[in-house]
Structure formats: C-alpha cells, structure tokens
Design a protein around this ligand. Structure first.
Ligand SMILES: N[C@@H](CCC(=O)N[C@@H](CS)C(=O)NCC(=O)O)C(=O)O
Length: 304
C-alpha cells in the first residue's frame, strides 16, 4: 500500500485529530508541512483548490475533511477500531457537535485573546471564518467563554463516573473529537487554564489522550508528495448512485465546495457518488490523474 501522507501544520487542531488516529493505530506516516494561510500552491495542486487543513494523500488519492479521513483510515486499518463498542454512528454524529458549537467559540477565543497575531494571519482568518465578526471579537470574549464552558462541562460529566474514555474503556473517535477543541484552547487561550482547574476527570483523560501519541512520523517535502501522486494510479471507485437525489451521472462536470466556511469551489468530472462520499477526477501536468474525495455531509455539489 502507498504511504500515508498528511498535509498539515503542527498547530492545526483539526490535524491533531488525524495525528491521534495515527497514534491510536500505531501507523507510520509522512508529514508535509503546509502554509497556515493562502496561497498554498502545492496543496491546491493536489486538491483542485480546497484549502482546509488537513488533507490525506495516499498515492494518487486525496481525502479532504477529517470525517472522511477518519472513515478511510479505519477502513484501511481496522484495528483498533476508531468506533469503539459498535458506536460508529454516535461517534461520527458527535463530530458535528465538536466541529461547530464546541469548536467555533474556541476558534473565536483563539483569535480574540491573541490580539498580537501577525496581520497576514488575522487577514486570512477574518476572510476564512465567516461565522466570526473580527470587528466585534474583543467585546465578544466573555460571551464566547459562556458558549464554550457548557460543552467542557459535558465532557467532564461524561467522564465523572471514573471511565477512562468517553464511550468506556477504549479511546476512539468520540474522544478525539472532544479532545481536539480542548487541545486548541490549552495551546492558545491563556485564561482557560484557570477555568479548567476543577475539571479533574477531564484533566486525567487529557493525559491519557496525550499518551496516545502520533504514531511514527517522518517529514516529506511537498514537491516529493506531488511526484508520488504522479507516479501512482488512482484507486477504482464504486460508481455513481443512480438513486441519488441530485440525479447526477458518471462523467458529469460538477463543482464541490464546503457549505460552511473556507468555501473554495473545486470543479471536475464526477467519478463516484454515494450517501457518504463524492469523488472527482482531476488531471494536471504536475500530478497526473488524481481522485479527490469529499464527504457529502457539509458539502454542496452543483452541476457546472
Ligand atoms: N471540516 C473540516 C474543517 C477543517 C478546518 O477548519 N481546518 C482549519 C485548520 S485547523 C483550517 O483549514 N484553517 C485554515 C487553513 O488551514 O487554511 C475538517 O473536518 O477537516
């Protein structure tokens, strides 16, 4: 099997989710360091324009969005199961909680409590995070804490019966989704440390999460990642679901874009469609043929 290549940057909380999967499954992987802000020409050469972090590359297959990357890694490396005790639906559903109502106030606080961030980062993120009004961030700080702390309480309550992990005795996708926001807060939001002093169950759980580690990482140059894509053949897809409500056919020219923020459209030829995934085929001189895969949930597809 081709190497697992993660395109990410170290401070990225969403990338931390995937690094923890590598740790949980004790996987070897290559790390391509990408810029934190646009432009990202060597990443978008692979994704057709999608700019969010992280992106997983396996040969000439490119997987966008952490929910899809998690499913793909669990399919390729089933043990230990990310979805503990048969809780796949529940754990995946929890990612919609942590990616939105839990992450969004945390992201606002990461920006608002660090007013000395470099201007290019502030400019990039104020365009990217369309759910934040950067002009109001300072006065919103107390409110943002009130939107964050109830979710921290949920995590503390879930762990307060002494269980090791959120769903029981083993770590899985539910833990990773709750943990990535707390990981971001600990790194970026100084006042949070004091607010969490009474969260004793969560504190012990955070240490267990850190112990999972990141698997076996080695660095890879972005140019070499493109050369690996070019030297590889994209995988076969399972075709287009004829019962899909969009009524699309294989070969149709479509546009895929995130429906929340970071809305950069990616256009190309449809090669695979089911209830969970949409796959397109792109070709460029730099990469050769590529399959790019996106989740259906949270993405809008339109006919070109
Ligand atoms: N739904 C996406 C969200 C990813 C996301 O928002 N990532 C942040 C970084 S942690 C991002 O893309 N920031 C802007 C950038 O990296 O250009 C996922 O689950 O992968």
């Amino acid at each position: 099997m081709s190497e697992l290549i993660l395109h990410h940057f170290d401070p990225s909380p969403f990338a931390e989710k995937i690094r923890l999967i590598f740790g949980l499954k004790k996987l070897e992987w290559r790390s391509v360091d990408i810029p934190m802000i646009m432009p990202k020409p060597l990443l978008t050469a692979l994704t057709g324009g999608y700019r969010k972090t992280p992106v997983l590359q396996v040969g000439a297959d490119v997987y966008c969005d952490t929910s899809l990357i998690a499913l793909e890694l669990n399919k390729r490396f089933p043990k230990p199961d990310l979805f503990t005790d048969g809780n796949q639906g529940l754990a995946l559903a929890l990612s919609y909680w942590s990616n939105t109502v839990f992450f969004n106030p945390g992201a606002g606080l990461s920006m608002g409590t660090n007013a000395d961030l470099p201007e290019p980062i502030l400019k990039d993120r104020s365009e990217f995070f369309n759910f934040m009004d950067f002009g109001l961030l300072q006065e919103e700080i107390p409110h943002l804490f009130t939107q964050l702390l109830p979710h921290i309480d949920l995590v503390e309550k879930q762990l307060s019966d002494g269980r090791a992990f959120l769903m029981g005795s083993s770590a899985g996708w539910a833990d990773i989704n709750a943990y990535f926001v707390i990981w971001m807060l600990r790194a970026n939001v100084a006042p949070i440390q004091e607010m969490l002093t009474n969260c004793h169950s969560m504190d012990a759980w955070e240490k267990r999460m850190q112990d999972i580690g990141h698997g076996k990482r080695s660095e890879l140059d972005a140019g070499n990642a493109l050369r690996i894509a070019k030297a590889s053949c994209p995988s076969d897809t399972e075709g287009v679901d004829s019962a899909d409500p969009l009524g699309l056919n294989e070969g149709d020219k479509i546009i895929v874009e995130p429906d929340d923020y970071g809305k950069v459209p990616v256009s190309s030829e449809l090669i695979g469609l089911n209830r969970q995934t949409v796959s397109i085929r792109r070709n460029s001189a730099e990469t050769g043929d590529l399959n790019i895969h996106f989740p259906r949930a949270g993405f809008r597809i339109t006919r070109c």
